[in-house]
Write a protein that binds this ligand. Sequence first.
Ligand SMILES: Cc1cc2nc3c(=O)[nH]c(=O)nc-3n(C[C@H](O)[C@H](O)[C@H](O)COP(=O)(O)OP(=O)(O)OC[C@H]3O[C@@H](n4cnc5c(N)ncnc54)[C@H](O)[C@@H]3O)c2cc1C
Length: 475
Amino acid sequence: MEFDTIVIGAGAAGLSTTALLEQKYKGTGKSIALLEAHSLSGGCASYFERQGYLFDAGATTLSGLKPGRPISKLIQTLSLELDLIKIAPGIVSLFPDKKIRHYADERKWIDELNVRFPDIDNEKVWSRIFSISHAGWKLSTDFPELPLTNWSEVRTLLKSQSIGALKILPSLLTSVEEALQLNKIHNEDYKALINELLFITAQNEAKKTPMLMGAMGLTYTDDTYYVKGGMKAFATALEKKCSNLFFKHKVTSIKRTKEGFTVVTNKDTFTCRQLISTLPEWNHNDLFNEKIFNEKSSEDCWSAFMLYMTIPLKPDREGLYFQVHCDSIPFCGSKSFFVSLSHPDDEMRSHTRQTVTISCHTKPENWEFLSQEEYIRRKKNTEDFILDIFCRRFQLDRHELANIFTGSPKTFVKYTNRFRGLVGGIPHSLKRSPLNYLKAKSPYKNFYLIGDTQFPGQGIAAVVLGAQNLAAKLD
Ligand SMILES: Cc1cc2nc3c(=O)[nH]c(=O)nc-3n(C[C@H](O)[C@H](O)[C@H](O)COP(=O)(O)OP(=O)(O)OC[C@H]3O[C@@H](n4cnc5c(N)ncnc54)[C@H](O)[C@@H]3O)c2cc1C
Protein backbone atom coordinates (compact mmCIF):
# COMPACT_ATOMS: atom_id res chain seq x y z
CA MET A 1 0.00 0.00 0.00
CA GLU A 2 1.30 3.39 -0.97
CA PHE A 3 0.76 6.68 0.91
CA ASP A 4 2.46 10.07 0.82
CA THR A 5 2.83 10.05 4.60
CA ILE A 6 2.76 7.25 7.13
CA VAL A 7 2.48 7.82 10.88
CA ILE A 8 3.45 5.07 13.31
CA GLY A 9 1.53 4.77 16.61
CA ALA A 10 -2.02 5.90 17.40
CA GLY A 11 -1.32 7.49 20.78
CA ALA A 12 -2.10 11.16 21.41
CA ALA A 13 0.85 12.25 19.21
CA GLY A 14 0.04 9.99 16.25
CA LEU A 15 -3.71 10.61 16.27
CA SER A 16 -3.22 14.40 16.40
CA THR A 17 -0.58 14.49 13.66
CA THR A 18 -2.59 12.27 11.34
CA ALA A 19 -5.81 14.23 11.88
CA LEU A 20 -4.07 17.58 11.33
CA LEU A 21 -2.20 16.46 8.20
CA GLU A 22 -5.29 14.77 6.77
CA GLN A 23 -7.10 18.09 7.12
CA LYS A 24 -4.18 19.91 5.49
CA TYR A 25 -4.09 17.40 2.60
CA LYS A 26 -7.80 17.82 1.75
CA GLY A 27 -8.17 18.66 -1.95
CA THR A 28 -4.45 18.14 -2.70
CA GLY A 29 -4.66 14.47 -3.66
CA LYS A 30 -2.14 13.56 -0.97
CA SER A 31 -2.75 10.59 1.31
CA ILE A 32 -1.87 9.64 4.87
CA ALA A 33 -2.14 6.44 6.94
CA LEU A 34 -1.75 5.69 10.65
CA LEU A 35 -0.42 2.29 11.77
CA GLU A 36 -1.20 1.02 15.28
CA ALA A 37 -0.03 -2.26 16.81
CA HIS A 38 -2.83 -2.56 19.37
CA SER A 39 -6.57 -3.07 18.72
CA LEU A 40 -7.39 0.26 20.45
CA SER A 41 -5.96 3.75 20.09
CA GLY A 42 -4.64 6.05 22.83
CA GLY A 43 -1.32 4.39 23.80
CA CYS A 44 -0.41 5.67 27.27
CA ALA A 45 -3.69 7.61 27.22
CA SER A 46 -5.76 4.56 26.29
CA TYR A 47 -8.61 2.74 28.02
CA PHE A 48 -10.05 -0.72 28.58
CA GLU A 49 -13.31 -2.24 29.68
CA ARG A 50 -13.43 -4.77 32.45
CA GLN A 51 -16.28 -6.27 34.47
CA GLY A 52 -18.66 -3.65 33.05
CA TYR A 53 -16.50 -0.62 33.93
CA LEU A 54 -14.54 1.65 31.62
CA PHE A 55 -11.05 2.37 32.97
CA ASP A 56 -8.45 4.92 31.88
CA ALA A 57 -5.30 2.85 31.37
CA GLY A 58 -2.66 5.55 32.05
CA ALA A 59 -3.32 9.26 31.57
CA THR A 60 -6.52 10.57 33.11
CA THR A 61 -6.41 14.38 32.95
CA LEU A 62 -6.37 16.84 30.07
CA SER A 63 -4.61 20.16 30.45
CA GLY A 64 -3.51 22.80 27.94
CA LEU A 65 -7.04 24.06 27.42
CA LYS A 66 -6.49 27.74 28.12
CA PRO A 67 -7.02 29.85 24.97
CA GLY A 68 -4.15 29.39 22.51
CA ARG A 69 -2.76 26.32 24.27
CA PRO A 70 -2.31 23.00 22.41
CA ILE A 71 -5.45 21.06 23.35
CA SER A 72 -7.70 24.07 23.01
CA LYS A 73 -6.23 24.73 19.53
CA LEU A 74 -6.57 21.04 18.58
CA ILE A 75 -10.25 20.96 19.53
CA GLN A 76 -10.88 24.15 17.58
CA THR A 77 -8.89 23.23 14.45
CA LEU A 78 -10.41 19.76 14.15
CA SER A 79 -13.88 20.63 15.55
CA LEU A 80 -13.57 17.74 18.01
CA GLU A 81 -16.72 16.74 19.82
CA LEU A 82 -15.73 16.48 23.47
CA ASP A 83 -17.65 17.02 26.66
CA LEU A 84 -15.08 18.58 29.03
CA ILE A 85 -15.52 19.32 32.71
CA LYS A 86 -13.13 21.75 34.40
CA ILE A 87 -11.92 20.27 37.68
CA ALA A 88 -11.18 22.76 40.43
CA PRO A 89 -9.24 22.27 42.60
CA GLY A 90 -7.21 20.61 39.83
CA ILE A 91 -5.49 18.31 42.32
CA VAL A 92 -5.85 17.80 46.04
CA SER A 93 -2.59 16.84 47.77
CA LEU A 94 -3.26 14.55 50.71
CA PHE A 95 -0.67 14.49 53.51
CA PRO A 96 -1.24 12.39 56.66
CA ASP A 97 -2.21 15.54 58.60
CA LYS A 98 -3.36 18.03 55.95
CA LYS A 99 -5.09 18.55 52.63
CA ILE A 100 -3.79 21.10 50.13
CA ARG A 101 -6.14 22.18 47.38
CA HIS A 102 -4.54 23.31 44.12
CA TYR A 103 -6.99 26.01 43.10
CA ALA A 104 -6.97 27.19 39.49
CA ASP A 105 -7.16 30.81 40.57
CA GLU A 106 -3.61 32.06 41.32
CA ARG A 107 -4.67 34.28 44.24
CA LYS A 108 -6.74 31.51 45.83
CA TRP A 109 -3.88 29.02 45.46
CA ILE A 110 -1.38 31.37 47.14
CA ASP A 111 -3.90 32.02 49.95
CA GLU A 112 -4.29 28.25 50.44
CA LEU A 113 -0.50 27.91 50.73
CA ASN A 114 -0.34 30.84 53.16
CA VAL A 115 -2.78 29.01 55.44
CA ARG A 116 -0.88 25.69 55.27
CA PHE A 117 2.67 27.11 55.20
CA PRO A 118 2.52 30.56 56.89
CA ASP A 119 6.32 30.76 57.38
CA ILE A 120 7.08 30.69 53.66
CA ASP A 121 6.97 33.67 51.32
CA ASN A 122 4.49 31.96 48.98
CA GLU A 123 3.78 35.21 47.17
CA LYS A 124 7.41 35.51 46.08
CA VAL A 125 7.91 31.81 45.27
CA TRP A 126 4.73 31.46 43.23
CA SER A 127 4.73 34.79 41.42
CA ARG A 128 8.08 33.73 39.96
CA ILE A 129 6.70 30.31 39.03
CA PHE A 130 3.61 31.80 37.35
CA SER A 131 5.55 34.43 35.45
CA ILE A 132 8.01 31.89 33.99
CA SER A 133 5.22 29.44 33.21
CA HIS A 134 3.15 32.06 31.33
CA ALA A 135 6.20 33.15 29.32
CA GLY A 136 7.11 29.50 28.59
CA TRP A 137 3.65 28.77 27.25
CA LYS A 138 3.70 31.99 25.20
CA LEU A 139 6.99 31.09 23.57
CA SER A 140 6.02 27.50 22.80
CA THR A 141 2.57 28.33 21.43
CA ASP A 142 3.45 31.54 19.52
CA PHE A 143 6.34 29.97 17.75
CA PRO A 144 5.43 26.84 15.74
CA GLU A 145 8.96 26.55 14.31
CA LEU A 146 10.12 24.93 17.58
CA PRO A 147 12.16 22.74 17.62
CA LEU A 148 14.49 24.79 15.44
CA THR A 149 16.19 22.86 12.66
CA ASN A 150 18.08 25.50 10.67
CA TRP A 151 19.51 29.03 10.85
CA SER A 152 16.64 30.62 8.99
CA GLU A 153 14.29 29.40 11.76
CA VAL A 154 16.65 30.81 14.39
CA ARG A 155 16.48 34.20 12.59
CA THR A 156 12.68 34.08 12.53
CA LEU A 157 12.61 33.33 16.24
CA LEU A 158 14.90 36.26 17.00
CA LYS A 159 12.65 38.59 15.00
CA SER A 160 9.36 37.21 16.33
CA GLN A 161 6.96 38.89 18.71
CA SER A 162 7.90 36.28 21.29
CA ILE A 163 11.28 37.91 21.68
CA GLY A 164 10.14 39.08 25.13
CA ALA A 165 9.67 35.47 26.09
CA LEU A 166 13.30 34.74 25.19
CA LYS A 167 14.38 36.39 28.41
CA ILE A 168 13.13 33.27 30.19
CA LEU A 169 15.65 31.08 28.39
CA PRO A 170 18.22 31.44 31.24
CA SER A 171 15.69 29.52 33.35
CA LEU A 172 16.64 26.51 31.20
CA LEU A 173 20.01 26.59 32.97
CA THR A 174 18.88 26.97 36.61
CA SER A 175 17.23 24.26 38.70
CA VAL A 176 13.86 24.76 40.39
CA GLU A 177 15.63 24.29 43.72
CA GLU A 178 18.14 27.09 43.00
CA ALA A 179 15.64 29.46 41.42
CA LEU A 180 13.22 29.18 44.31
CA GLN A 181 15.94 28.80 46.92
CA LEU A 182 14.13 25.73 48.15
CA ASN A 183 17.27 24.59 49.93
CA LYS A 184 16.71 27.50 52.33
CA ILE A 185 13.16 26.35 53.08
CA HIS A 186 13.13 23.84 55.91
CA ASN A 187 9.56 22.62 55.79
CA GLU A 188 9.75 19.00 54.58
CA ASP A 189 6.08 18.88 53.49
CA TYR A 190 6.58 21.95 51.31
CA LYS A 191 9.60 20.39 49.64
CA ALA A 192 7.65 17.16 49.15
CA LEU A 193 4.73 19.09 47.65
CA ILE A 194 7.04 20.63 45.02
CA ASN A 195 9.12 17.51 44.42
CA GLU A 196 6.23 15.10 43.96
CA LEU A 197 4.38 17.53 41.66
CA LEU A 198 7.52 17.83 39.57
CA PHE A 199 7.82 14.07 39.53
CA ILE A 200 4.44 13.67 37.76
CA THR A 201 5.00 16.57 35.35
CA ALA A 202 8.73 16.96 34.64
CA GLN A 203 9.57 13.39 35.80
CA ASN A 204 12.37 14.74 37.96
CA GLU A 205 13.02 16.36 41.34
CA ALA A 206 13.53 20.07 42.10
CA LYS A 207 17.31 19.99 42.25
CA LYS A 208 17.59 18.45 38.77
CA THR A 209 14.66 20.04 36.88
CA PRO A 210 15.31 23.21 34.83
CA MET A 211 13.17 26.06 36.17
CA LEU A 212 11.49 26.69 32.80
CA MET A 213 9.95 23.21 32.50
CA GLY A 214 9.53 23.01 36.28
CA ALA A 215 7.41 26.17 36.36
CA MET A 216 5.22 24.90 33.51
CA GLY A 217 4.80 21.59 35.35
CA LEU A 218 4.03 23.15 38.73
CA THR A 219 1.21 25.26 37.28
CA TYR A 220 -0.46 22.49 35.31
CA THR A 221 -3.07 22.10 38.05
CA ASP A 222 -4.63 25.47 37.09
CA ASP A 223 -5.83 23.99 33.82
CA THR A 224 -7.14 20.49 34.65
CA TYR A 225 -10.05 18.93 32.78
CA TYR A 226 -11.96 15.67 32.89
CA VAL A 227 -13.24 14.26 29.59
CA LYS A 228 -16.71 12.80 29.92
CA GLY A 229 -16.39 9.19 28.76
CA GLY A 230 -12.75 9.22 29.90
CA MET A 231 -9.75 8.86 27.60
CA LYS A 232 -11.88 6.64 25.32
CA ALA A 233 -13.87 9.75 24.35
CA PHE A 234 -10.67 11.73 23.61
CA ALA A 235 -9.10 8.96 21.54
CA THR A 236 -12.25 8.12 19.58
CA ALA A 237 -12.97 11.80 18.79
CA LEU A 238 -9.52 11.97 17.16
CA GLU A 239 -9.89 8.54 15.50
CA LYS A 240 -12.91 9.87 13.59
CA LYS A 241 -10.58 12.36 11.87
CA CYS A 242 -8.18 9.66 10.67
CA SER A 243 -9.62 7.88 7.60
CA ASN A 244 -6.81 5.35 7.10
CA LEU A 245 -6.20 3.97 10.58
CA PHE A 246 -4.86 0.41 10.51
CA PHE A 247 -5.27 -1.34 13.87
CA LYS A 248 -3.34 -4.51 14.78
CA HIS A 249 -0.63 -3.44 12.36
CA LYS A 250 2.55 -3.70 14.34
CA VAL A 251 5.50 -2.21 12.46
CA THR A 252 8.27 -4.80 12.48
CA SER A 253 10.86 -3.20 10.20
CA ILE A 254 11.58 -0.03 8.23
CA LYS A 255 13.81 0.27 5.19
CA ARG A 256 15.01 3.46 3.54
CA THR A 257 14.60 3.55 -0.25
CA LYS A 258 15.37 6.07 -2.99
CA GLU A 259 11.75 7.27 -2.97
CA GLY A 260 11.26 7.27 0.81
CA PHE A 261 10.52 4.34 3.11
CA THR A 262 9.20 0.80 3.09
CA VAL A 263 7.35 0.03 6.30
CA VAL A 264 6.64 -3.62 7.05
CA THR A 265 3.96 -4.62 9.57
CA ASN A 266 2.91 -8.07 10.80
CA LYS A 267 0.17 -7.95 8.12
CA ASP A 268 1.24 -5.79 5.14
CA THR A 269 3.93 -3.76 3.43
CA PHE A 270 3.51 0.00 3.04
CA THR A 271 5.55 2.59 1.16
CA CYS A 272 5.66 6.33 1.71
CA ARG A 273 7.52 9.51 0.82
CA GLN A 274 7.72 10.76 4.38
CA LEU A 275 7.52 8.87 7.65
CA ILE A 276 6.55 10.11 11.11
CA SER A 277 7.13 7.96 14.16
CA THR A 278 5.70 8.60 17.61
CA LEU A 279 7.44 5.67 19.30
CA PRO A 280 10.03 6.14 22.03
CA GLU A 281 13.32 6.83 20.27
CA TRP A 282 15.01 3.59 21.45
CA ASN A 283 12.32 1.48 19.72
CA HIS A 284 13.81 2.54 16.36
CA ASN A 285 17.09 0.67 16.77
CA ASP A 286 15.26 -2.62 16.17
CA LEU A 287 12.96 -1.24 13.49
CA PHE A 288 15.82 0.13 11.33
CA ASN A 289 18.13 -2.67 12.48
CA GLU A 290 20.71 0.02 13.18
CA LYS A 291 21.88 1.56 16.46
CA ILE A 292 20.66 5.11 15.85
CA PHE A 293 19.67 6.03 19.41
CA ASN A 294 21.83 5.48 22.45
CA GLU A 295 19.94 3.38 24.98
CA LYS A 296 21.96 4.99 27.74
CA SER A 297 19.66 8.03 27.57
CA SER A 298 16.82 5.77 28.75
CA GLU A 299 18.49 5.05 32.07
CA ASP A 300 16.97 8.04 33.88
CA CYS A 301 13.48 7.31 32.58
CA TRP A 302 10.61 5.88 34.58
CA SER A 303 7.89 3.36 34.14
CA ALA A 304 4.70 3.12 36.16
CA PHE A 305 3.06 0.75 38.61
CA MET A 306 -0.71 0.84 38.02
CA LEU A 307 -3.61 -0.12 40.26
CA TYR A 308 -7.21 -0.17 39.05
CA MET A 309 -10.38 -0.73 41.08
CA THR A 310 -13.89 0.54 41.73
CA ILE A 311 -15.21 2.23 44.89
CA PRO A 312 -18.70 3.22 46.05
CA LEU A 313 -20.05 6.25 44.22
CA LYS A 314 -19.96 9.39 46.34
CA PRO A 315 -20.87 12.65 44.58
CA ASP A 316 -19.42 14.95 47.26
CA ARG A 317 -15.75 13.89 47.21
CA GLU A 318 -13.61 17.02 47.02
CA GLY A 319 -12.23 16.60 43.50
CA LEU A 320 -11.32 13.78 41.13
CA TYR A 321 -7.52 13.92 41.20
CA PHE A 322 -5.42 13.41 44.32
CA GLN A 323 -1.71 13.16 45.00
CA VAL A 324 -1.37 10.98 48.09
CA HIS A 325 1.90 11.57 49.97
CA CYS A 326 3.38 8.61 51.85
CA ASP A 327 6.63 6.82 52.71
CA SER A 328 8.61 5.04 50.00
CA ILE A 329 6.36 2.63 48.14
CA PRO A 330 7.75 -0.92 47.79
CA PHE A 331 9.50 -1.48 44.41
CA CYS A 332 8.66 2.10 43.36
CA GLY A 333 10.56 5.40 43.18
CA SER A 334 8.14 8.08 44.32
CA LYS A 335 6.90 9.06 47.75
CA SER A 336 3.38 9.61 46.51
CA PHE A 337 0.81 7.95 44.29
CA PHE A 338 -1.64 9.67 41.96
CA VAL A 339 -5.32 8.80 42.29
CA SER A 340 -7.86 9.55 39.53
CA LEU A 341 -11.57 8.92 39.92
CA SER A 342 -14.19 8.74 37.21
CA HIS A 343 -16.69 11.59 37.43
CA PRO A 344 -19.70 10.54 39.56
CA ASP A 345 -22.06 11.70 36.77
CA ASP A 346 -20.16 9.89 34.02
CA GLU A 347 -22.55 7.08 33.18
CA MET A 348 -20.47 6.08 30.15
CA ARG A 349 -17.91 4.72 32.61
CA SER A 350 -19.99 3.32 35.47
CA HIS A 351 -23.41 3.60 37.07
CA THR A 352 -23.27 2.56 40.67
CA ARG A 353 -19.58 2.92 41.51
CA GLN A 354 -16.58 5.11 40.53
CA THR A 355 -13.59 3.68 38.70
CA VAL A 356 -10.16 4.43 40.14
CA THR A 357 -6.81 4.58 38.33
CA ILE A 358 -3.75 4.84 40.58
CA SER A 359 -0.22 5.30 39.26
CA CYS A 360 3.24 5.72 40.73
CA HIS A 361 6.78 5.80 39.38
CA THR A 362 8.80 2.62 39.22
CA LYS A 363 11.86 1.30 37.37
CA PRO A 364 11.59 -1.61 34.90
CA GLU A 365 14.48 -3.44 36.59
CA ASN A 366 12.26 -4.00 39.64
CA TRP A 367 9.98 -6.19 37.52
CA GLU A 368 12.18 -7.76 34.84
CA PHE A 369 13.72 -11.25 34.83
CA LEU A 370 11.80 -12.46 37.90
CA SER A 371 10.25 -15.85 38.49
CA GLN A 372 6.47 -15.77 38.11
CA GLU A 373 6.17 -16.34 41.87
CA GLU A 374 8.43 -13.38 42.74
CA TYR A 375 6.71 -11.12 40.18
CA ILE A 376 3.31 -11.87 41.73
CA ARG A 377 4.69 -11.41 45.25
CA ARG A 378 6.08 -7.96 44.40
CA LYS A 379 2.85 -6.86 42.76
CA LYS A 380 0.83 -7.97 45.78
CA ASN A 381 3.23 -6.27 48.18
CA THR A 382 2.96 -2.95 46.33
CA GLU A 383 -0.80 -3.30 45.95
CA ASP A 384 -1.30 -3.95 49.69
CA PHE A 385 0.87 -0.95 50.64
CA ILE A 386 -1.07 1.41 48.36
CA LEU A 387 -4.51 0.09 49.30
CA ASP A 388 -3.80 0.37 53.00
CA ILE A 389 -2.99 4.09 52.66
CA PHE A 390 -5.77 4.68 50.14
CA CYS A 391 -8.39 3.28 52.55
CA ARG A 392 -7.12 5.48 55.38
CA ARG A 393 -7.04 8.71 53.34
CA PHE A 394 -10.38 8.11 51.61
CA GLN A 395 -12.03 6.68 54.73
CA LEU A 396 -13.06 3.43 53.11
CA ASP A 397 -13.03 -0.14 54.38
CA ARG A 398 -11.11 -2.68 52.37
CA HIS A 399 -14.32 -4.65 51.66
CA GLU A 400 -15.75 -1.57 49.89
CA LEU A 401 -13.07 -1.84 47.19
CA ALA A 402 -13.82 -4.11 44.22
CA ASN A 403 -12.53 -5.13 40.76
CA ILE A 404 -8.92 -4.67 41.90
CA PHE A 405 -6.06 -5.45 39.53
CA THR A 406 -2.57 -4.11 38.90
CA GLY A 407 -0.11 -3.42 36.07
CA SER A 408 3.67 -3.08 35.91
CA PRO A 409 6.25 -2.01 33.29
CA LYS A 410 5.67 -5.43 31.71
CA THR A 411 2.03 -4.47 31.15
CA PHE A 412 3.17 -1.31 29.29
CA VAL A 413 5.49 -3.43 27.13
CA LYS A 414 2.57 -5.75 26.31
CA TYR A 415 0.03 -3.04 25.44
CA THR A 416 2.16 -0.18 24.09
CA ASN A 417 5.36 -1.91 22.91
CA ARG A 418 7.35 0.88 24.52
CA PHE A 419 11.03 0.09 25.10
CA ARG A 420 11.23 -1.66 28.52
CA GLY A 421 7.80 -0.18 29.36
CA LEU A 422 9.32 3.26 29.93
CA VAL A 423 6.62 5.93 29.98
CA GLY A 424 6.29 9.67 30.57
CA GLY A 425 9.19 10.61 28.30
CA ILE A 426 12.75 11.58 29.13
CA PRO A 427 12.93 13.45 32.46
CA HIS A 428 13.50 17.18 32.08
CA SER A 429 16.98 17.63 33.45
CA LEU A 430 19.80 20.14 33.69
CA LYS A 431 21.97 17.27 32.45
CA ARG A 432 20.20 17.39 29.08
CA SER A 433 21.65 20.04 26.79
CA PRO A 434 19.22 22.90 26.04
CA LEU A 435 20.19 22.41 22.38
CA ASN A 436 18.41 19.06 22.53
CA TYR A 437 15.16 20.93 22.93
CA LEU A 438 15.93 23.20 20.03
CA LYS A 439 16.75 20.82 17.24
CA ALA A 440 14.90 17.87 15.74
CA LYS A 441 16.89 14.71 16.31
CA SER A 442 15.78 12.65 13.34
CA PRO A 443 18.71 10.79 11.79
CA TYR A 444 17.23 10.53 8.26
CA LYS A 445 15.80 12.90 5.66
CA ASN A 446 11.97 12.84 5.51
CA PHE A 447 11.81 10.84 8.76
CA TYR A 448 10.31 12.80 11.66
CA LEU A 449 10.12 11.93 15.33
CA ILE A 450 7.55 13.25 17.77
CA GLY A 451 5.94 11.86 20.94
CA ASP A 452 7.03 12.02 24.53
CA THR A 453 10.72 11.22 24.08
CA GLN A 454 11.03 14.20 21.70
CA PHE A 455 10.62 17.96 21.98
CA PRO A 456 9.07 19.14 24.23
CA GLY A 457 8.14 15.79 25.83
CA GLN A 458 5.77 14.67 28.57
CA GLY A 459 2.03 14.87 28.86
CA ILE A 460 -0.72 14.94 26.29
CA ALA A 461 -0.52 18.73 25.84
CA ALA A 462 3.21 18.48 25.09
CA VAL A 463 2.96 15.67 22.54
CA VAL A 464 0.04 17.46 20.86
CA LEU A 465 2.14 20.64 20.68
CA GLY A 466 4.88 18.58 18.99
CA ALA A 467 2.27 17.22 16.55
CA GLN A 468 0.94 20.70 15.78
CA ASN A 469 4.38 22.16 15.17
CA LEU A 470 5.32 19.27 12.88
CA ALA A 471 2.02 19.39 10.94
CA ALA A 472 2.53 23.14 10.41
CA LYS A 473 6.00 22.54 8.94
CA LEU A 474 5.26 19.58 6.66
CA ASP A 475 3.67 19.59 3.26
C1 LIG B 1 0.46 6.29 34.21
C2 LIG B 1 0.49 7.50 33.36
C3 LIG B 1 -0.29 8.60 33.70
C4 LIG B 1 -0.26 9.74 32.91
N1 LIG B 1 -1.08 10.76 33.22
C5 LIG B 1 -1.19 11.81 32.37
C6 LIG B 1 -2.20 12.78 32.55
O1 LIG B 1 -3.03 12.66 33.46
N2 LIG B 1 -2.25 13.83 31.69
C7 LIG B 1 -1.36 13.96 30.65
O2 LIG B 1 -1.44 14.93 29.90
N3 LIG B 1 -0.42 13.02 30.43
C8 LIG B 1 -0.32 11.94 31.26
N4 LIG B 1 0.59 10.96 31.00
C9 LIG B 1 1.51 11.11 29.87
C10 LIG B 1 0.81 10.83 28.53
O3 LIG B 1 -0.07 9.77 28.64
C11 LIG B 1 1.83 10.51 27.47
O4 LIG B 1 2.92 11.39 27.51
C12 LIG B 1 1.23 10.57 26.07
O5 LIG B 1 -0.01 9.91 26.05
C13 LIG B 1 2.22 9.92 25.11
O6 LIG B 1 1.68 9.88 23.83
P1 LIG B 1 2.54 9.36 22.60
O7 LIG B 1 1.62 9.39 21.44
O8 LIG B 1 3.80 10.14 22.54
O9 LIG B 1 2.99 7.87 22.95
P2 LIG B 1 2.13 6.57 23.25
O10 LIG B 1 0.93 6.93 24.01
O11 LIG B 1 3.05 5.57 23.84
O12 LIG B 1 1.65 6.07 21.82
C14 LIG B 1 2.44 5.29 20.99
C15 LIG B 1 1.55 4.33 20.22
O13 LIG B 1 2.36 3.57 19.34
C16 LIG B 1 1.91 2.23 19.31
N5 LIG B 1 3.04 1.39 18.89
C17 LIG B 1 4.15 1.06 19.59
N6 LIG B 1 4.96 0.29 18.86
C18 LIG B 1 4.37 0.14 17.65
C19 LIG B 1 4.74 -0.53 16.45
N7 LIG B 1 5.89 -1.20 16.34
N8 LIG B 1 3.89 -0.47 15.40
C20 LIG B 1 2.72 0.23 15.47
N9 LIG B 1 2.32 0.87 16.59
C21 LIG B 1 3.14 0.84 17.66
C22 LIG B 1 1.47 1.98 20.74
O14 LIG B 1 0.59 0.88 20.83
C23 LIG B 1 0.82 3.32 21.10
O15 LIG B 1 -0.55 3.32 20.79
C24 LIG B 1 0.58 9.79 31.77
C25 LIG B 1 1.36 8.70 31.42
C26 LIG B 1 1.31 7.55 32.19
C27 LIG B 1 2.11 6.36 31.77
